[in-house]
Design a protein around this ligand. Structure first.
Ligand SMILES: Nc1ncnc2c1ncn2[C@@H]1O[C@H](COP(=O)(O)OP(=O)(O)OP(=O)(O)O)[C@@H](O)[C@H]1O
Ligand SMILES: O=P(O)(O)OC[C@H]1O[C@H](OP(=O)(O)OP(=O)(O)O)[C@H](O)[C@@H]1O
Ligand SMILES: [Mg+2]
Length: 300
């Protein structure tokens, strides 16, 4: 009998707001996975990893119950599951391995545009449609108001117009869905983004080794996404002014330019946003050939 080596099992959203970014992240980490719509447990061919594709609301529970070793899920879903499990005394521990840089949204209370909002107190006693009642209840309790809620798993914004609720508490990113449904955001309850979570029990040496390979890659992909490689030609006597304009903490590399005594090439990895205004200031200092390029991978 042969005992197969353990494979790290990662839960991700099958389809929805987080699925494309999650799949792109895993691919950029070098995972070769064959994802087709019907394949719910996708095998990674070049690493001992399996990807389980499920509803995002099931991910926290799958990780907390130890069915999956890791999961990629929104903080709102995670916190809601943790609060609901605490209520019924179910196992609700996990480790937040790393925050991720996608799925950013806020969980906010929104009211019909004509509602006169004068502060949280005026929401006392009202009824809200929401997908995340525990997050809303905790917020109401912390702010000394009583709210009623009705549960809707999607299209929450329709509730006030059809008389189901006075207001809603739902996820907002651009605000376009609120606007399209005659609602206005009045209070932010929770800020969310995606996170990589891990089951609370130790993974065991072999799975931990796989995670030790994967985690620096995830961090490298995120860092690369936020960084840019900048190259420009600068007047030799302006190097200190040019360096001071560079965003981020990296020291620029200064290289000679063949046949030019007056100019040098400056290369730098910018870890913060590189604005058009900065480029204009560089140009005003006499710099030229300014290139801002994306970085695919970063390590160290
Ligand atoms: N408009 C948005 N902008 C950015 N992130 C969002 C937005 N809406 C939702 N999210 C994030 O993506 C997660 C998944 O949302 P999505 O609407 O795709 O799934 P769902 O239909 O609520 O859940 P399930 O996968 O369980 O069916 C949310 O829990 C939240 O963290
Ligand atoms: O502020 P916006 O950019 O308009 O995004 C907000 C909308 O996005 C999410 O729903 P989604 O589109 O995922 O649909 P769902 O109700 O089917 O989950 C959320 O529940 C809001 O309805
Ligand atoms: Mg949704």
């Amino acid at each position: 009998m042969t005992i197969s080596a353990p494979r790290l099992r990662i839960a991700m959203q099958k389809s929805g707001r987080l699925s494309d970014d999650t799949q792109a992240l895993l691919k950029r980490c070098g995972l070769k996975l064959n994802v087709t719509d019907r394949r719910l447990l996708a095998h990674v061919s070049n690493l001992p990893i399996d990807i389980m594709r499920v509803r995002s609301s099931d991910i926290p529970g799958l990780v907390m119950d130890g069915v999956c070793d890791l999961g990629i899920v929104g903080d709102n879903t995670l916190e809601e599951e943790e609060l609901s499990r605490a209520l019924i005394g179910s196992k609700n521990d996990y480790i937040k391995t790393t925050p991720l840089n996608f799925g950013e949204c806020r969980f906010s209370i929104a009211m019909p545009e004509e509602f006169e909002y004068t502060g949280l107190a005026c929401l006392d006693g009202l009824r809200f449609a929401t997908t995340y009642p525990q997050l809303l209840k905790r917020f109401a309790k912390e702010n000394g108001i009583n709210v009623e809620f009705c549960l809707l798993k999607g299209s929450v914004e329709v509730a006030p117009r059809v008389g189901l609720a006075d207001g809603i508490c739902d996820l907002v990113s651009t605000g376009a869905t609120l606007e399209a449904n005659g609602l206005k955001e009045v209070a932010e309850v929770f800020r969310s983004k995606a996170s990589l979570i891990q089951r609370a029990e130790p993974l065991g040496d072999e799975k931990q080794d796989i995670l030790n390979t994967l985690l620096p890659r995830i961090q490298g992909v995120m860092k690369a996404k936020e960084s840019k490689y900048i190259m420009l030609h600068a007047p030799k006597d302006k190097i200190s002014e040019v360096s001071a304009l560079m965003p981020g903490k990296e020291t620029p590399t200064i290289l000679p330019l063949a046949g030019r005594e007056d100019l040098v090439a400056v290369h730098v990895v910018a870890t913060e946003t590189f604005f058009w205004e900065t480029m204009e200031k560089l140009k005003a200092l006499g710099c030229n050939s300014i290139l801002v390029m994306p970085i695919e991978k970063m390590m160290g």
